[in-house]
Write a protein that binds this ligand. Structure first.
Ligand code: FES
Length: 578
């Protein structure tokens, strides 16, 4: 099918649904009239608004207001907006981990875009997994699409401190566990931490992924950082509504925007922001939908050449609200232009360079310039060695400098329950120089690769004032967490990766500058342990969990399902008739 024909089919998709000269057309029109719309409405381009509102997702609580703004924009531009729901993944509510359902949400997104007769779609997202799911689903459906994020929360404030979710959830819980915070003070933190709607307001996974939508060119400038409570967020949603109508007519589809170069732009921004390690899972998953690989080593090479510019927690001092006032993503991207592919197309109809040409840094304390960066390198490093032959990730921007080259004795936990049972046991033989190792917390072992990679510091060491140790696992960690934490060790323990062979008392060597992670045990002994290794029992025997275990890929491949790779653009699907 030629590009021109494809675009015509896309443009006509909604209108043909209403204008078919048969019983199907009659039903489509008659049933749509029941919603209060007439033939004139049905002759406009039909724009779907994918609403991921849920009361089980506090980060999306304000989405009804954003939906109304998008609708207003669609009507203004001559379109016909219809809202539809998909599942919503609330990071705080879902157990064992929202990551277990990211692929399900991506499928829901893709299939509802495909199944309904829209000409273009505005996808609302924001909380940790909803943005990657939106990207993946929109990429595979490949109908003109624009993402609108909910925006970050306002800063929390307590007794003169700025609080951030959830960097301070962890920091202050550690202080409470160490006995440095009273019950009353801990209760005050609870009241003052989350002041507004929106997603977590440090550069966690949500802020990272929503910022990257701008570098990917799939969202309007400003989408990453305008706070949820700011009226400009509503105006951005309205503008997206206007723009998607034009995009539907232009046939500007995600595959034209989400190019390999756009992905490299996103990785560059990720590094300059000191963003979440979870992007190192989500971006390869998105690339897989678009038909190309995004090898881990690309993250490392881009990180080595990209200066850290954003002074935002957990890798810096400020939060998303301050980052927005300082110029946000557009100002940061303008500084990065020499490292970006500035000619890539975006949903604005302009290039990356054109989008950010007028954006300036307002506060250099929050966003540094490349000639005076916070660090000359980006925040992420990819490690390899006999413990992680297919790679592991560390956010060294948020690690303790003194631990980046460290040799220590392993204290091994065989799974999450083992960790929970023993970590605070006063009898646990553990010293500050030891390395905490967690097995069986990867994609299959977790299951779902939960965010438990930032293993808690043992209580008895907390009381001695220890706040960081080297920690290694095949798990992920929240983008809001900090410490010297090696994550995503691949292959994971549950499929027999070398991590499964580590034992308490082994010596492990971490060398971040040298990008090495080694288990100092001789090969003969490792072979003996491999002979004894037994695959853990599967966590699920039926249902979605079973589907997940049977088809999930490893972390370096993005943890997508093997059968979801690639695209099936909606215009190639036959339109059923009654
Ligand atoms: Fe939704 Fe943190 S709970 S982004």
């Amino acid at each position: 099918m030629t590009e021109n024909r494809t675009e015509k089919v896309v443009e006509a998709r909604g209108r043909s649904f209403f204008n078919e000269p048969d019983a199907a057309g009659l039903m489509h029109r008659a049933f749509t009239r029941s919603l209060g719309f007439d033939r004139a409405d049905m002759n406009r381009p039909l724009i779907g608004i994918l609403n991921t509102y849920s009361e089980m997702n506090n980060c999306h609580a304000h989405f009804p207001e954003l939906v109304e703004a998008v609708k207003r924009g669609v009507w203004q531009a001559g379109g016909f907006p219809l809202e539809f729901p998909t599942i919503s993944l609330g990071e705080i509510y879902l157990t064992p981990t929202s990551m277990l359902w990211r692929n399900l949400a991506a499928m829901d997104t893709e299939e509802m875009i495909r199944g309904n007769p829209m000409d273009g779609v505005v996808v609302l997202c924001g909380c940790d997994k909803t943005t990657p799911a939106a990207l993946m689903g929109a990429a595979s459906a490949d109908l003109p699409a624009i993402l609108v994020s909910g925006g970050p929360m306002l800063n929390g404030h307590w007794r003169g401190q700025t609080l951030g979710a959830c960097t301070d959830c962890r920091r202050l819980t550690a202080e409470f566990r160490a006995g440095n915070l009273s019950e009353e003070e801990f209760g005050e933190v609870e009241e003052n931490l989350v002041r507004s709607r929106g997603h977590c307001m440090v550069m966690g996974t949500a802020s990272t992924m929503n910022s990257l939508t701008e570098a990917l060119g799939i969202a309007l400038p400003g989408n990453g950082a305008i706070p949820a409570a700011d009226s400009r967020r509503i105006l951005l949603a309205e503008k997206a509504g206007r723009r998607i109508v034009a995009m539907a007519a232009e046939g500007l589809r995600p595959s034209r925007v989400l190019t390999r170069k756009a992905m490299e732009n996103a990785i560059t921004l990720l590094c300059a922001l000191g963003g979440s390690t979870n992007a190192v899972v989500h971006l390869p998953a998105l690339a897989g939908r678009l038909g190309f690989d995004l090898p881990l080593d690309l993250f490392d090479s881009i990180s080595r050449r990209t200066p850290l510019l954003a002074n935002v927690r957990p890798a810096g001092s400020f939060q998303m609200e301050d980052f927005f006032y300082a110029g946000g993503v557009p100002a940061t991207m303008r500084q990065l232009l020499p490292l970006l592919h500035g000619g890539e197309p975006t949903v604005t109809g302009r290039t990356v360079s054109e989008n950010v040409a007028q954006s300036n840094i307002v506060d250099t304390e929050v966003i540094a310039s490349p000639d005076k960066p916070l660090k000359s390198e980006g925040g992420l490093a990819i490690l390899r060695g006999n413990l992680a032959p297919e790679g592991a990730v560390i956010k060294h921007a948020a690690a303790s400098p003194g631990l980046l080259q460290h040799r220590g004795r392993a204290i091994v936990f065989q799974g999450i329950s083992d960790l929970q049972e023993r970590i605070d046991d006063p009898a646990l033989d553990v010293n500050p120089d030891d390395i905490l190792v967690l097995q069986n917390a990867g994609p299959i072992g977790g299951p779902g690769m939960p965010e438990v990679g930032n293993l808690p510091i043992p209580k008895k060491l907390l009381k001695q004032g220890v706040r960081d140790m080297v920690r290694i696992s095949d798990a992920r960690m929240s983008g809001t967490a900090f410490g010297t934490i090696v994550l995503h060790v691949a292959p994971e323990s549950a499929v027999g990766g070398p991590l499964s062979l580590a034992r308490t008392g082994d010596v492990i060597e971490l060398d971040v500058p040298g990008r090495r992670l080694e288990l100092r045990v001789d090969q003969e002994e490792l072979n003996r342990r491999r002979g004894e290794w037994q695959r853990p029992q599967p966590a699920y025997r039926r249902g979605y969990g079973r589907l997940f275990l049977d088809h999930v890929l490893q972390a370096p491949e993005g943890m997508d399902f093997d059968f979801l790779l690639g695209r099936d653009p909606v215009e190639t699907m036959a339109q059923p008739k009654f």
